[in-house]
Design a protein around this ligand. Structure first.
Ligand code: MBD
Ligand code: FE
Length: 275
């Protein structure tokens, strides 16, 4: 038996995995070991630095709670989430583009019918949101599931609100015969991604802003179609160019129409302006 050296250890590790039954898993692990070893060769970490890296990943795992998935956030801020999506969900140019799912989607959401108010009574600028799901020939897609979720006027999602009031600012809609869905809520604000964990440390160390531009998440699903995970941003948001999770695409930026009190779509259902 020969002593392993820094030149031979990579292939030695890879050969221990030669009996991996799943060929795809074998390919992934081979590549992981090669790239991990190449990273270590390039960086040449000290023992202290390697220990700090291990500690960072340990803390990332420990920061995960039901409402907080720090590893997803790490993937997001390193651009990996958007890269995986870009490679795996190539979409034609005329289709609605994808964006990040993010950590705040929840299966625990009410089903609602058209134009329901999903604000949960929270204060904010009233928002009327209307969309149509159409195929690439612009024909309506009836019965599509449309999940929407967004933050409040301070940038908090329902699960991060003090006193956890239960599901709010989220719902599952179904499109009507014309492919349409609509709801009322409050306008979400730009807000910082969680900064009190290891990802926050990373952002601070690299002088990056935590601020995400305001957005409304959409997840659209219909039989026979690719699922669309996306979000829409308002054109006047100051953080569009520095989104920490790289989720902004030009085609996902839209302007809000502003209405006088008691006017606008939905028949002026409140006495404050719709935005
Ligand atoms: C969010 O609200 C979000 O949408 C993403 C992608 C990451 C962190 C917080
Ligand atoms: Fe979000």
């Amino acid at each position: 038996m020969r002593d392993l050296t820094s030149d031979t250890i990579t292939e030695a590790v890879i050969s221990t995995m030669r009996d991996t039954e799943d060929p795809r898993l074998a390919e992934i692990l081979r590549s992981l070991v090669r790239h991990l070893h190449a990273f270590v060769r390039e960086v040449g970490p000290t023992e202290e630095e390697w220990a700090a890296g291990v500690d960072f990943l340990t803390r990332t795992g420990q920061t995960c709670t039901p409402t907080r998935q720090e590893f997803i956030l790490l993937s997001d801020v390193l651009g990996v989430t958007m890269l995986v999506d870009a490679l795996g969900n190539r979409r034609s140019a005329e289709a609605t583009q994808n964006s990040v799912l993010g950590p705040y989607f929840s299966e625990d959401r009410p089903r609602h019918s058209d134009t329901a108010d999903i604000s949960g009574g929270l204060p904010g600028t009233p928002l009327f949101f209307e969309g149509r799901v159409v195929d690439r020939e612009a024909a309506p897609v009836a019965g599509a599931g449309v999940d929407v979720w967004h933050s409040d006027a301070d940038g908090h999602y329902d699960m991060d609100l003090p006193g956890s009031p239960g599901p709010a600012m989220r719902a599952l809609f179904r499109t009507d015969d014309t492919g349409r869905f609509a709801f009322r809520s409050i306008r979400p604000a730009s807000y910082p991604i969680p900064g009190d964990g290891p990802v926050g440390d990373l952002m601070k160390a690299t002088s990056r802003s935590l601020m995400r531009p305001a957005h409304v998440h959409l997840l659209i699903d219909a039989p026979g179609f690719q699922r669309v995970t996306t979000m829409l941003f308002p054109a006047d948001d100051p953080y569009l160019d520095t989104d920490p999770v790289f989720g902004v695409k030009q085609s996902l930026v839209e302007s809000y129409d502003t209405y006088e009190a008691g006017t606008g779509p939905c028949g002026g259902l409140t006495d404050v302006p719709y935005t």
